[in-house]
Design a protein around this ligand. Structure first.
Ligand SMILES: [Zn+2]
Length: 214
């Protein structure tokens, strides 16, 4: 119950701050509990996502973004929970890492095309990738998704470069200008919506916006 109240308030505060000319896209991350290991059932996961998305919708969110996903099944359950319990559009993005073979895979071994197709089939209106990589590595990931889904909007939230641990704190390498310089290439690869994840600041977003001219 406490969670429900807090998420609703968070969405309501965001809605109030956004005013009339910006959208509030409410973020929902993975549970961190693995279906694969049998630590949780699909039904329990569905219920956990249902509580979250209902609260975010009640607070006035304009859309739900299921993000930082690793597991196709969990992502599909989250998308279904949002689709079946709110009237909001649903976006869904996965985080990929570059493997030693030079392929992009989630922690669960899923590639960009497979992941995007699965959540699009589950009802996500927008698919894509967030976190785990800076702008540069988002370019090949977006290309793979665009090749698999020619007509579906693609969302990219890149980190401000790859984090380095300095004094126990993640430090991100890319300046606003670094991210902005690469943003047009991410769009050329097929991205529809471009923004920032870990390490990005309002200055990064402003620079990306200027670089894209829209
Ligand atoms: Zn992130």
């Amino acid at each position: 119950m406490g969670v429900r109240v807090d998420l609703r308030a968070a969405a309501a505060l965001s809605r109030q701050a956004a005013g009339d000319d910006a959208l509030v896209i409410a973020s929902v991350g993975p549970t961190g509990i693995l279906l694969l290991l049998g630590d949780v059932t699909g039904e329990q996961l569905y219920d956990a996502f249902k509580v979250q998305v209902e609260a975010l919708a009640a607070g006035g969110a304009d859309a739900i973004c299921i993000e930082t996903m690793q597991d196709i099944e969990e992502a599909q359950i989250a998308v279904r929970a949002a689709r079946e319990n709110t009237a909001l559009p649903v976006l869904c993005t996965f985080s990929f890492e570059l493997t030693v073979k030079g392929e992009y895979r989630t922690m669960m071994g899923v590639g960009p095309a497979e992941a995007a197709q699965a959540v699009h089939a589950a009802g996500a209106a927008v698919v894509g990738t967030n976190c785990g990589n800076g702008m540069e590595r988002m370019i090949p990931i977006v290309r793979e998704i665009r090749a698999a889904l020619p007509d579906v909007p693609i969302l990219v939230h890149a980190n401000a470069g790859l984090p380095r641990l300095v004094g126990g704190v993640d430090v991100f390498s890319d300046s606003p200008e670094d991210m902005a310089r690469l943003a047009p290439a991410v769009v050329a690869a097929g991205a529809t919506i471009v923004g920032g994840c870990c390490g990005t600041t309002p200055a990064h977003i402003a620079a990306i916006r200027r670089a894209l001219g829209r």
